[in-house]
Design a protein around this ligand. Structure first.
Ligand SMILES: Nc1ncnc2c1ncn2[C@@H]1O[C@H](COP(=O)(O)OP(=O)(O)OP(=O)(O)O)[C@@H](O)[C@H]1O
Length: 444
């Protein structure tokens, strides 16, 4: 007699997966889980399964819907979400957002940004999204085809810590499993007409390319989803490598020679990582390849390389990045005895010394000590008996390129230059042997 195989019913499969993610995330009794509810089948199934689990889990369930105002049906979708929440006894948070149809980022991206900004305002401990494994696979393929690197190919996570944390409890499930749950439970959901619109490249991939791929490679979806998890790991490792390389190269302002001893790949990785840490988009690979080439050619020469939105500056043995193509304006500050004053993206530190640096007494005697930029007519005598030299002459002699000159910090004591970063201390402010002094250091 043939054995009858017991198949787990679709609702149990989904519930088990969702409960597993909640447990792994450590969702605690009394915490609020808010479902980002589009009203489509995925987030409807997610909300429904969470509603069934909430007695067991002791968490409070809510849902938030974002009305983008883009579809003629948007009002109806919002009402359908409200009705579903009422039926399930779930608190409902509706949001209306404005999306510019001519947004340079594209309509989909603009809607997405507005949606995420609205969802970030929901008062909850966890925001839950309805992405499943097919979404993960399609996203990977889509991004690779649009030129993504390791970062862009890194997949979504099931659990992301944060305030609120983010959950994707359906990420391990196939679209078909989610649909089976919806049918088994007799759920109604919204079909967004734009999903069927194959003008959107993403939908073309879903409806035309994926079926062909799966025909030829039946495991295409789980395999691609696994690859995106590997890209994520690789991306995290690249971040760790960048951090190690940064520390080994001296921290925020990098030691140029140490940096150049790294392989081209590691220099590019470090620059890319630092640019992202500034909240900017990493430049295209070709641009970074060229930047590293120029850095190697320039060796110790001053260099100012625009990387689009960020400038890579190198001077003497130091290398640093500045946001924006313009040289940032430095804010002048009055010194009130602090041992540290901020200067641009860096700072000026006054290190206590004896018989060295600026005379502390001279600073304390002064009416006004300011840290600011150069001014017209600035001149400085580096040593007693030596002539006073103009700022321009001093810079030329020190080989300081024109672009760096406006960024040099100047300590101005009662209207007179006492110290200029990269140049030095004026003879009349130098402290005598045995006298308490401070040595200014500019840390970029
Ligand atoms: N209008 C909406 N209001 C609330 N949540 C939404 C809305 N649209 C989408 N979501 C949430 O985002 C999930 C993914 O939706 P969808 O696949 O349409 O967007 P995506 O752009 O691919 O994803 P993401 O926004 O994360 O990049 C949905 O399952 C749902 O949880």
């Amino acid at each position: 007699m043939a054995a009858t195989r017991n198949r787990t019913p679709p609702d149990a499969v989904v519930e088990e997966a969702v409960a597993g993610v909640l447990a792994a995330a450590g969702v605690a009794p009394g915490e609020t889980v808010c479902v980002a509810l589009s009203g489509g089948v995925d987030s409807t199934v997610l909300l429904h399964s969470l509603a069934r689990l909430r007695g067991r889990g002791g968490f409070t369930l809510a849902a938030a819907h974002v009305h983008h105002g883009l579809s003629l049906h948007a009002d109806a979708w919002l009402e359908a979400c409200r009705t579903l929440c009422d039926a399930l006894g779930v608190v409902f948070h509706p949001f209306h957002v404005q999306v510019r149809r001519d947004d340079p980022a594209g309509l989909e991206a603009a809607a997405r940004a507005a949606r995420h900004a609205a969802l970030a305002r929901v008062p909850c401990d966890w925001l839950a999204f309805g992405h499943h494994q097919d979404d993960q696979a399609e996203t990977l393929l889509f991004r690779l085809l649009r030129g993504a690197g390791v970062r862009g190919a890194a997949g979504m996570r099931e659990i992301e810590a944060g305030t609120p944390g983010r959950l994707r409890p359906l990420l391990g499930l196939r679209r078909a499993q989610v649909l089976a749950y919806a049918r088994a439970q007799g759920l109604a959901w919204i079909e967004d007409e734009s999903n069927a619109d194959q003008r959107f490249a993403r939908n073309l991939l879903r409806h035309r390319v994926m079926p062909v791929l799966e025909g030829a490679f039946p495991a295409a979806v789980p395999v691609l989803a696994r690859a995106s998890a590997q890209f994520r790991e690789a991306d995290e490792l690249l971040g760790e490598l960048a951090q190690l390389d940064e520390t080994a190269c001296g921290g925020a302002t990098l030691e140029r020679q140490k940096l150049l001893r790294l392989s081209d790949e590691r220099v590019r990785n470090l620059l890319r990582w630092r640019i992202r840490a500034m909240g900017l988009e990493a430049p295209a690979r070709a641009r970074l390849v060229e930047a590293v080439r120029q850095l190697r050619v320039a060796s110790g020469e001053p260099l100012r390389l625009s990387l689009g939105g960020v400038v890579c500056c190198a001077y003497r043995d130091r290398l640093w990045l500045e946001a924006g193509d313009e040289i940032p304006v430095r804010q002048a500050t009055v010194w009130q005895g602090e041992m540290e004053l901020s200067w641009g993206t860096g700072k000026v530190v006054l290190v206590e010394a004896v018989g060295e640096g600026l005379s502390r007494a001279a600073l304390e005697r002064a009416q006004e000590v300011m840290l600011g930029s150069r001014w017209a007519g600035l001149a400085l005598r580096e040593g007693t008996g030596r002539p006073r030299r103009s700022f321009k002459n001093l810079c030329q002699e020190a080989g300081i390129p024109a672009w760096l000159r406006d960024t040099l910090p100047v300590l101005r004591v009662d209207g007179v230059a006492a110290w200029v970063g990269e140049i030095g201390i004026a003879a009349e402010f130098r402290c005598a042997p045995g006298e308490p002094g401070v040595v200014p250091e500019w840390l970029r």
